[in-house]
Design a protein around this ligand. Structure first.
Ligand SMILES: *Cc1c(COP(=O)(O)O)cnc(C)c1O
Length: 389
């Protein structure tokens, strides 16, 4: 273990602050380190292992495809991606899907689509601006960083891609002001800002953004990279708002632990991307797609109701805790504002056998959608103790 830490710190780029923990195997919502110590996993690799670790149906779907054909390229037809795209369209009412490998790429594709549609409408770049929100997070590429409304991610990486303006979340008048002052083609938002601190956008605001986009011939792009795939108690979190976005992007939990991104297009932009205009070597990879099919097909009404029930278990367990200022979020994407520093709680919880994340100044919980109640309650007891210390 010491050796691996040393190798990592010597040879891997220093982009991550790592906990002094080397995880080697797991089962469901339990994960073990090199010393055999057991942890209850409330982080799922940042909302990725949607049905926990080594979930048997997922392992079976992935390994069956792996031993049959691991990759084809998009020059040929392939079943898993086609079946996944059909499922996603039928479940959302959107019309087409572009597959990639990450959230940043899914958002890049959305941005390209919105701009190309505007170019085709106006014949020039006069309507290329995209409105995103302050404290948003859309990825780490130069363009998705430009979209991201947090200065802390921007330091020393300029020049940035032009054509992004950042609006205050919740401020409908500001959205209209920006839409009418510069030529805009889209609004892009997360319904719950994840990296920004588990901030839930309210219903009136999201619906107003949707209406604005319809009135001004702009596209509403909802970034569901973190909120998607059952995480908030709906298949996609926009479904809590009774709206139909023009573009939905997702990644993280989509393929249950394999790299996959997806950009879903509604009727106003389903045919904007044409042959040769966009692509990805690994996009729609059959192994990742087979994994995703096994995840999406199990996210049914019963599972989603159970996600909301588990949210209540957590909220009830934390209701009488001391040291907690408030709990934000929805479903199994929750942020706990504590009196103590979130980073301190994360380290102490790991010592006590519970893995949590942070989001800005909150402790962030993103457990597996199927975490057993007894493990969840055991983790809450430990977390409460650590928070109250
Ligand atoms: C994580 C995240 C991204 C970036 O996804 P990557 O797969 O790391 O590129 C984009 N948007 C949101 C909302 C995210 O949570």
């Amino acid at each position: 273990m010491e050796n691996i830490q040393e190798l990592t710190n010597t040879y891997i780029a220093k982009t991550y602050n790592r906990a002094p923990l080397q995880l080697i195997r797991g089962e469901g919502s339990l994960v073990y380190d090199t010393a055999g110590k057991r942890y209850i996993d409330l982080g799922t690799g940042i909302a990725v292992n949607q049905f926990g670790i080594a979930d048997s149906a997922w392992v079976q779907a992935v390994t069956a495809q792996l031993s049959c054909l691991q990759h084809t390229s998009n020059i040929y037809y392939s079943a898993p991606g086609a079946m996944l795209a059909q499922m996603l369209c039928q479940r959302t009412g959107l019309e087409r899907v572009f597959f990639s490998n990450s959230g940043a790429e899914a958002n890049e594709c959305a941005i390209k689509t919105a701009r190309r549609r505007a170019f085709q409408t106006y014949g020039d770049e006069s309507h290329s601006t995209i409105i995103t929100l302050q404290s948003s997070f859309h990825g780490r590429t130069i363009t998705t960083l430009s979209a991201t409304g947090q200065d802390c991610f921007h330091t020393e990486f300029g020049p940035f891609t032009g054509g992004f303006v950042h609006s205050r979340p919740g401020d409908i008048a500001d959205l209209y002001r920006l839409a009418d002052s510069s030529g805009c083609c889209a609004v892009m938002l997360e319904t719950i800002q994840g990296e920004g601190g588990i901030n839930v956008l309210d219903r009136e605001y999201v619906r107003a953004a949707w209406e604005l986009c319809q009135k001004r011939d702009m596209l509403l792009i909802v970034d569901e990279v973190q909120t998607g795939n059952g995480r908030t108690g709906k298949l996609y979190s926009y479904m809590h708002y009774d709206i139909t976005p023009d573009i939905v992007t997702t990644a993280k939990g989509l393929a249950g632990g394999l790299p996959m991104g997806a950009t879903l297009f509604g009727s106003r932009c389903a045919d904007v991307l044409t042959p040769g205009s966009h692509g990805s070597t690994f996009g729609g990879n059959p192994v990742a797609a087979a994994g995703a099919v096994s995840i999406i097909e199990r996210i049914d009404d019963a599972l989603l109701a159970d996600v909301l029930r588990k949210e209540q278990l957590i909220r009830t367990a934390l209701a009488d805790a001391s040291g907690i200022i408030g709990v934000s979020g929805r479903g199994l994407m929750l942020g706990i504002q504590c009196e103590k520093k979130a980073g301190e709680i994360m380290s102490r919880a790991a010592e006590e056998g519970v893995l949590v994340l942070t989001a800005k100044d909150k402790v962030r919980l993103l457990p597996a959608l199927n975490i057993p109640d007894d493990l969840l309650l055991e983790a809450m007891e430990i977390l409460k103790r650590v928070i109250a210390e």
